[in-house]
Design a protein around this ligand. Structure first.
Ligand code: SAM
Length: 241
């Protein structure tokens, strides 16, 4: 069984590594290798997703002491007990949204802002919601510095995304970047007909990563793999996790 994780801690030196100043050439080579070895080899096929992953500077989304390992095949700690997901998970979840460029998308769990930056290249409008106030603040500063926010494409929100975000609904796609105990009805209600919800569902230790399509108002679910994500907290998540 393939098992992909979003919660493996950073490696080596007790999770602390010496700070590292990457060059543009280093980062470009790292991205090329990541796309070839971690994504194409594992059958990520959507060329738009592969291009976005090959362009967005992932090392800018991790704390400076983890930059050296930003492109490795595992999640990386971003503080507050949270992680930036493994590159493969980001690509697979994004691909499952089936974006063509015109869509409105909700991401639950902004974290570092990396997934939102990928989505911004693939959809027309991205709403991304983070519950943790410190991560929300850091992601806001980072996305502004990197030029991801500031235009009309990305809207960063602070709050409990386990309830979705009704004011901007309906969405063509909803991506939940944290593990839910079950699929909350509110996500399906906030999708357009034919819209796709991508969500890890299961226990705190292991989840199925599912694509749920809204067909004639009903959920049609496909299991795309197994994964291990940090918990979705809040009203429709794990209240006490
Ligand atoms: N997409 C992120 C990135 O690109 O860095 C990684 C997401 S991280 C695996 C999960 C995130 O979900 C954490 O930042 C966590 O604080 C957030 N989260 C958990 N429950 C949430 C909720 N109910 N609403 C919004 N964010 C939540």
């Amino acid at each position: 069984m393939k098992f992909f994780s979003s919660i493996r801690p950073a490696k080596g030196n007790g999770g602390k590594a010496a700070s590292f100043a990457p060059t543009l050439e280093w980062a470009a080579e790292q991205r090329q290798a990541m796309v070839a070895r971690q994504l194409r080899r594992r059958r990520i096929r959507d060329e738009r997703v592969l291009q976005a992953m090959g362009e967005v500077p992932r090392h800018e989304y991790v704390p400076s002491e983890h930059r050296r390992i930003a492109y490795e095949d595992h999640p990386v700690s971003i503080g507050q007990g949270q992680t930036i997901s493994q590159p493969y998970m980001v690509a697979a979840m994004t691909e499952a949204l089936e974006l063509r460029g015109t869509e409105r998308v909700l991401e639950v769990g902004t974290g570092s802002g990396y997934q939102a930056a990928i989505l911004a290249r693939l959809a027309a409008r991205v709403y991304t919601m983070e519950r943790d106030p410190e991560l929300f603040r850091l992601a806001g500063e980072r996305l502004e510095r990197l030029g991801v926010t500031g235009g009309d494409t990305v809207v960063l929100l602070h709050g409990d995304g386990s309830e979705g975000y009704p004011p901007a609904a309906p969405y063509d796609g909803i991506l939940v970047a944290a593990a839910a105990p079950r699929v909350p009805d509110c996500f399906l209600e906030q999708l357009v007909e034919g819209g796709r919800l991508v969500i890890p569902v299961g226990s705190l230790d292991q989840q199925e990563f599912r694509q749920v399509r809204k067909c004639q108002g009903k959920p049609v679910s496909r299991v795309l793999g197994h994964c291990r994500f940090v918990p979705l907290k809040g009203r429709h998540g794990w209240e006490n996790a």
